[in-house]
Design a protein around this ligand. Structure first.
Ligand code: BDP
Length: 724
């Protein structure tokens, strides 16, 4: 169904001009070598996509019979055999195949896909590029001497596959191949998705049904849906996945051994076909839980030996196993602290076991005391990750990567960037986002998160002076990390449309695309997604893109104000409860009283969190005069009458944003209604239903928040609107 196909609709192309240009070009797909593995996935995708969009199935041949074709080849670095390419002298088009050892092609700008048709660029005889990274590709339109060909060259079979998906996107978006000269390389090496799926079939923070991986304690037997998931992930460039929750329970603890390991191997085989490496979340106390040892102390020789044997067994079953993801000493998970060891001891012990096989340990920095005393204003959860990990910089083995949440707290609608980025120059790191909308409307509200992630990736840490942006740090270009990249918690489940809210598919798509190239704009990604998902009608493209782009600010405006966070119902994290966490031990406070609100995190009078940044960020956040409005209450406790840079008082800002936010949510209902005749009934009705509920729920948020602050402050709304 259209719901299920997500952005791989491959809808019939109606533009006859586009059809006419592509048809002759891609009647034949030429692959000289053996077609297997990822290359087979790429060829199958091309055949199916072309059949569906253009109405014919290209034949796959070793040598072209005419003067037009789509040539796929793998470019191996200098000296190596050129694999999968047309062999020398085997036909006219084969001369187009790369020859090893020549200069790299000129780079074309990696831009939004709608601009990749580089019209009129002079064509040169394609030469091998030693610099073409494994996951990169070039896509060239070659028209010379009676030949008219598309030449797709990957740095590896994976590169060819990414190029195939790229070409299919171009066709879907109606972009002509004339003069095409694309060169793309992903900017992040590790492009990962984390499933928070449990063996019982539930999903921690899952908002789109049950797990597609597990049912009632076992792995599902029919892996078709998993395969389709691998496909949609690969289409955006994802190359790694962890398939079980970071909170590892009893059954999942056993995934690394016996029968369950064989099940994991079956899943790994499915992802392998799409170039995606499989990781497991592991239980740090596994040596006790399954090994029968009395300790999990990382410095204990018995424990070390146990993990080595376990890892050896894993690699016997899964030779290209990615490694472990670990949540330790956090929210009641076991970890090295129990033995008086630090997190470098813990991570390094696992890393040593994985090292001979090239495996990685991805160790999360989400470590804090979730039992802290709310009466003690000096403790600050925001400080915890930095306080724990900064002193360990440089102490981790080369195959350890720290996974750092984008903010210091927990995926709120607005948070500052984690001060750990840039503060660990000697430690591999990945940033962690949450595609699942735990705190941003749980896929019942529309909240396109790409603009938020972009702000984070663009943030300048000043770690090495100006222009030390988060995207360059995690992209590995500012510090020479052997491993780095991006990870995120997935938002999919077994609902027909994967994500519950059909428009929430844009977050998964956008995540992959942004990680591939963090310089793409949020609008360009929204535009691509909309075209691929709903077609190229200008009203649809403008309408849906517009809604997506407004959605995060709107969601923010009717929920927790000015960066203070939370105010959600405890445990479920859905819906307003202003004091829900105020007197609990989770460390998430707003400190609202009759006089004011906000958390003083300055070094002058507060928790000192602001000092964890580099200058001038510390000074910017520290001073009321320069702290950005949207983060004011994250860093400062101020009276309700405090005047923001916007000119409004804090209390009036709260009233105004909550009134307009709820109104704008209502506006989504109308905008979507206007697209009724241009979107299929099923998807239209599905989204319409969600938007109507969002509009209602936004009013509820508005009323709860406004009433709370009116009663606390006693200050009436300047405009005299109804507050209960
Ligand atoms: C929080 C979730 C919790 C997760 C935790 C984590 O509420 O369910 O286990 O993060 O990241 O956002 O480990």
């Amino acid at each position: 169904s259209a719901l299920y196909k997500a952005w791989l609709q491959y809808a019939k192309v109606n533009d006859s001009e586009v059809c006419e240009v592509y048809k002759p070009l891609i009647q034949q797909i030429v692959v000289a070598g053996r077609i297997e593995g990822v290359l087979a996935a790429a060829v199958a995708e091309l055949q199916e996509g072309i059949r569906s969009m253009l109405g014919f199935t290209p034949e796959v041949v070793q040598e072209p019979t005419g003067t037009s074709c789509l040539l796929l080849q793998v470019n191996k670095p200098e000296g190596a055999e050129t694999a999968g390419a047309a062999g020398e002298g085997s036909g006219t088009v084969s001369k187009l195949a790369v020859q090893p050892g020549f200069d790299p092609l000129p780079m074309s700008e990696t831009g939004p896909i709608s601009q990749t048709s580089a019209q009129g660029k002079p064509w040169r005889v394609p030469k091998a590029s030693a610099a073409l990274e494994a996951d990169g590709f070039t896509l060239l339109h070659v028209r010379e001497g009676g030949e008219n060909c598309l030449l797709l060259t990957g740095g590896s079979a994976r590169g060819v596959m990414y190029g195939a998906f790229h070409l299919l996107r171009l066709i879907s978006m109606g972009i002509c191949p004339e003069g095409l000269n694309v060169r793309e390389c992903p900017r992040n090496r590790l492009r990962m998705i984390n499933q928070w799926d449990n063996a019982d079939g539930s999903i921690e923070r899952g908002y789109a049904g049950r797990s597609i991986f597990y049912r009632d304690g076992s792995m599902v037997t029919d892996l078709q849906r998993v395969k389709d998931y691998a496909r949609i992930l690969a289409s955006t460039g994802i190359n790694a996945i962890s398939i079980n929750n970071v909170n590892v329970h009893e059954v999942e603890t056993h995934f690394i051994t016996g029968e369950l390991l064989l099940d994991v191997a079956r899943v790994a085989a499915v992802f392998r076909e799409y170039g995606i490496a499989l990781f497991l979340s592991v239980n740090f106390a596994a040596p006790i839980a399954i090994g029968g040892l009395s300790t999990a102390d990382p410095l204990d020789r018995g424990v070390q030996a146990w993990w080595k044997t376990a890892v050896q067994q894993i690699y016997t079953a899964i030779p290209d196993f990615g490694g472990f993801l670990v949540k330790a000493d956090s929210e009641h998970r076991p970890g090295p602290f129990a033995y008086g060891r630090d997190h470098a001891d813990g991570a390094n012990m696992l890393a040593e076991a994985l090292e001979p096989y090239g495996g990685l340990v991805i160790w999360r920095c989400f470590v804090y005391n979730c039992m802290q005393d709310w009466r003690d204003r000096r403790t600050d959860r925001a400080r915890a990750a930095y306080d724990h990990f900064k002193p360990l910089d440089g102490k981790f083995r080369d195959n350890v990567i720290l996974q750092i949440k984008n903010g210091p707290m927990d995926f709120q609608v607005r948070e500052p960037v984690s001060p750990l980025f840039g503060a660990l120059p000697h430690t591999n790191q990945v940033i962690e986002f949450q595609v699942a909308q735990e705190y941003t409307g749980q896929q019942r509200h529309l909240c396109y998160l790409v603009p938020q992630w972009k702000q984070v990736l663009d943030f300048d840490t000043y770690a090495l002076g100006p222009e030390t942006r988060v995207k360059d740090i995690v992209g590995g270009s500012r510090f020479p990390f052997p491993h780095s990249g991006v990870a995120a918690v997935s938002n999919i489940g077994d609902e027909e449309n994967w994500t519950g809210h059909t428009l929430a598919q844009a977050n998964l798509y956008g995540y992959g695309r942004l990680v591939w190239n963090p310089d793409l704009s949020a609008e360009a990604i929204a535009d691509e997604w909309t075209r691929l998902t709903f077609g190229n009608h200008p009203a649809v493209v403008a309408g849906v893109t517009g809604m997506l782009m407004k959605s995060w600010p709107i969601y923010e405006s009717y929920t927790a104000p000015l960066g203070v966070g939370w105010m959600v119902t405890p445990h479920t994290h859905y819906g307003p409860d202003v004091d829900g966490y105020e007197y609990s031990r989770w460390g998430t406070y707003h400190f609202a009283d009759r006089d004011g609100i906000g958390v003083d995190r300055t070094k002058r009078s507060g928790t000192g969190y602001a000092a964890q940044y580099f200058s001038p960020n510390t000074e910017m956040f520290e001073s009321l005069g320069t702290c950005p409005d949207e983060l004011l209450l994250f860093f400062h406790h101020v009276p309700y009458s405090h005047v923001l840079h916007s000119g409004k008082t804090v209390i009036q800002h709260i009233y105004d944003t909550h009134f307009t936010g709820a109104e704008e949510a209502e506006g989504f209902v109308q905008s979507w209604e206007g697209l009724r005749d241009k979107i299929d009934d099923i998807r239209h009705a599905q989204v319409a239903g969600r938007l109507a509920k969002q509009a209602e729920h936004a009013k509820h948020w508005r009323d709860v928040i406004n009433t709370y602050f009116y009663r606390k402050s006693g200050i009436p709304d300047e405009q005299g609107r109804t507050i209960y």
